[in-house]
Design a binder for this molecule. Sequence first.
Ligand SMILES: Cc1cc2nc3c(=O)[nH]c(=O)nc-3n(C[C@H](O)[C@H](O)[C@H](O)COP(=O)(O)O)c2cc1C
Length: 457
Amino acid sequence: MVRTLHVNLFEMACVSHIVHGMWRAPENARHRVGELTFWLDLARRAEAAGVEAIFLADVIGVYDRFQGTAPALRTGMQIPNLDPLSIVPAMAAVTTHLHFAVTASTSYEPPFAFARRMSTLDLLTGGRIGWNVVTSYLPNAARNFGLSEEIDHDVRYDKAAEYLEVLYKLWEGSWSEWAWQNDAARNVVTEPEGVRRIEHDGEHFRVEGPHLVQPTPQRTPVLFQATGSERGLKTASLHAEAIFIGGRNAAETRANIRRTRQAAEQQGRKGEDLLFYVMAGLIVGRTEAEAQEKLERYRQFYDVEAAHVHAQAEIDLRECDPDITLGEALVQKNASFGNMGRRFGAEQRVGDALTQIAHFDEGRYFAVGTPEQIADAIEVWLDDDGIDGINLRQYHSFETLDDFAQLIAPELRKRGRLKPNPSAPETFRARLSGQDRVNARHPAHSYKFSPMETRFS
Ligand SMILES: Cc1cc2nc3c(=O)[nH]c(=O)nc-3n(C[C@H](O)[C@H](O)[C@H](O)COP(=O)(O)O)c2cc1C
């Protein structure tokens, strides 16, 4: 059977998300992210393009490691940054098939209010919601929520595990399927026997319950996660239904997928319960020359300073000798490695690190060319690398989306590589895996409502 591609549009409610400086390109609408019409335009276009979901990234602090807060502000590097959950209802109101994955952190805000907000979204959108589970990595985020420094990496994951447990109890276990009745004849809105408190009393959280929202189409939203660590892999392989993966070639990506599937199997799930996404950059033209010209045009606007901010660089690599190692450069500048370890190694040459920071047109999941060439690349990623989907990187709003709609999607459809929209809207999980609710192997399933535990009869 021909494998089809799942497509998310990678978004963030800020001017400069990942391809920095591009907002200055003519006609780029990024400066409109604070206007409702931007999101309505985006959602309508995405649905028409055959994009399955808008994936909203998020951070809850400012990137201030590179020369303080000013460079982030000046370059629009993920600040200002609007609340992703609040944007979804507007987009949902003007679409029927489009799904939405929102990023939210397990580290700082208690789970009860988040469970309620997500259930509200799932209910009002007819189950078109996913959650990108993150533990957050910005020191400023910790300081915004009353802590003096970041919670240790692995402790963040311990907290995430308990956070998820609380959410599953609320989403899956607090309300029976039959509790919400609206039976005027009997004067019963909700059957008390069908609802229970969760009475969670753990190491990090105490939550009495009950959940404040009735069962929603998916109950638990579709769970996405990205991880680069062993501890993260353990969490993602247990909980996530879609995982971000990478690799420098087909063999490496396949190995990463295999390793993650094995980790899932060791925890009682099946390898096929997980879908794998990569972040992909696609620059297309009607001819090769047109595509190259577009790439060159985008390159001109790339902002290397903003890229330093995003990389949490401790020093300005442009001022260093490109032939020394990053470790040597840091010693010369009397700086520490800080958070740069997320992307760089001390033994790496400064020149390499700068190339890595200053380019967006590299790597296994970047393709530039005609619609046929782009579709060829995607077919290889699907068939050889074994990926299931992409988060489509935006260079230009709305040129990237319109290019996908007009040039790439038709070619993928011709090859049977894009699933058409169903005749009736379906939940996000049904779209991805064929069923509305988590499957029996997912940890959330074990928290399902049991009438034996009724508390309100
Ligand atoms: C495609 C993709 C999207 C991500 N989006 C976010 C995000 O929106 N917010 C965030 O705090 N982290 C985000 N991350 C970072 C991951 O959540 C995670 O912290 C990172 O992959 C490192 O893994 P670790 O936390 O296990 O060390 C993203 C990572 C990838 C690959």
